[in-house]
Design a protein around this ligand. Structure first.
Ligand code: CP3
Length: 351
């Protein structure tokens, strides 16, 4: 496979690395002046439909930061729009659905994804990128709970009341909804891999809103279904959510090689919760990057100490905030590379 020996793929598999690899969730986007200059007005959905533009936006942070992986420029709602859900991504707010889902009848609006036809622009972007990139490309999809929450709430929410009401009043409908979303995610990810992506990330960003009981009963089976459908592809699978400290063991059981951890749980503790045989990704608090390089550097050193050198992909605990100074991220990449390099001076007792 392409990039088999890259530090990023090796770290995902728990193999020895020459340095700890680093990339940032939402590394492309509004924090970069070159992104703002290129994007102009218009919806992100239109930008995603233009392969040359989407490929260039994907490459911008790779060039600027020297990160160890690229992530495809797209959005988690792109496959939903592609199967005909009327939606928009509103700047400063997020995805908004014209007609939110309320009952079993709405399931019919989620037809199966036919990636070759429905996501042809996205797959062209992947093909363009793999010709250009010197690092692995991460494909991604929205996790079943996170996508369901947008469909049911009609937009971003703080308390997920409608989603939880549907879950508990119409459990069969909720299961069927998550199953369809899992199949859409799996089909999209498999197509991205076929086009050249060499790792995938399932962003179930809002899963942390659930109790362990609800997560285990309503979401885990669907996540397992999505991740399990990709097992035979042999690419590392990353499973991420925010506020999932109490769910980390369950998320690890869903089948991914790598579990993403937000900033709330130290990585040594996260490792005990997830158990052996899985790598971790994270987990610097993205807000610290706005405090300047000195505090970010000291927190990054703590993350590296807690994460260890093996089976750790350095990242933020959630996406880059738009007000982040790119210089701080560039300096963090250099710090992670230098301080974890094989040749770096180790304290005597760990030599
Ligand atoms: O990481 C990357 O660099 C790749 C690009 C990427 C985007 N969205 C581009 C984007 C990725 C991986 C996503 C995933 C995504 N989208 C998630 C999961 C990750 C997470 O942050 O938890 C979620 C929940 C969404 C839904 C979504 N799309 C939100 C909440 C927003 C922000 C709305 C806003 O303006 O604050 C979006 C829009 C969006 N997706 C932008 C970008 C660069 C910003 C809008 C724009 O530039 O037009």
């Amino acid at each position: 496979m392409l990039f088999e020996d890259s530090v990023f793929l090796r770290a995902c598999r728990g193999q020895p690395v020459t340095h700890v690899p680093v990339w940032f969730m939402r590394q492309a986007g509004r924090s970069l002046p070159e992104y703002r200059a290129l994007r102009g007005e218009g919806s992100i959905l239109e930008a995603v439909r233009q392969p040359e533009l989407a490929a260039e936006i994907t490459l911008q942070p790779v060039r600027r930061y020297g990160v160890d992986a690229a992530i495809l420029f797209s959005d988690i709602v792109v496959p939903l729009a592609a199967v005909g859900i009327d939606l928009d991504v509103v700047p400063g707010r997020g995805p908004v659905i014209a007609e939110p889902f309320t009952s079993a009848a709405d399931l019919e609006r989620l037809r199966p994804l036919e990636p070759e036809e429905d996501l042809s622009a996205l797959l062209t972007t992947v093909a363009l990128l793999v010709r250009e990139l010197a690092v692995p490309l991460i494909g991604f999809a929205g996790g079943p709970f996170t996508l369901a929450s947008y469909l049911v709430e009609g937009g971003p929410t703080r308390d997920f009341t409608r989603t939880k009401a549907l879950m508990h009043t119409e459990p069969a409908t909720f299961h069927a909804l998550l199953e369809r979303l899992a199949d859409i995610a799996a089909a999209s990810l498999a197509a991205q891999v076929a086009a050249g992506a060499t790792a995938v990330q399932l962003f179930d960003s809002w899963a942390g809103a659930l109790s362990r009981a609800d997560y285990a009963r309503f979401v885990l089976p669907a996540s397992r279904r999505a991740l399990g459908a990709l097992a035979h592809l042999g690419v590392p699978r990353i499973h991420f959510g925010v506020g999932t400290g109490e769910l980390l063991d369950l998320m690890g059981d869903a089948g991914a090689e790598v579990v993403g951890v937000d900033w709330r749980v130290p990585l040594d503790s996260a490792r005990r919760r997830v158990g052996p045989g899985r790598a971790l990704q994270g987990n610097l608090d993205p807000a610290i990057c706005l405090a300047g390089f000195a505090p970010a550097a000291s927190e990054a050193r703590r993350v590296l100490a807690e994460g260890g050198r093996t089976g750790h992909v350095f990242n933020l605990g959630h996406g880059v905030l738009p007000a982040t100074d790119p210089e701080v991220l560039a300096a963090l990449v250099a710090l992670v590379h230098e301080e974890t390099a094989e040749t770096a001076t180790q304290p005597a007792e760990t030599r």
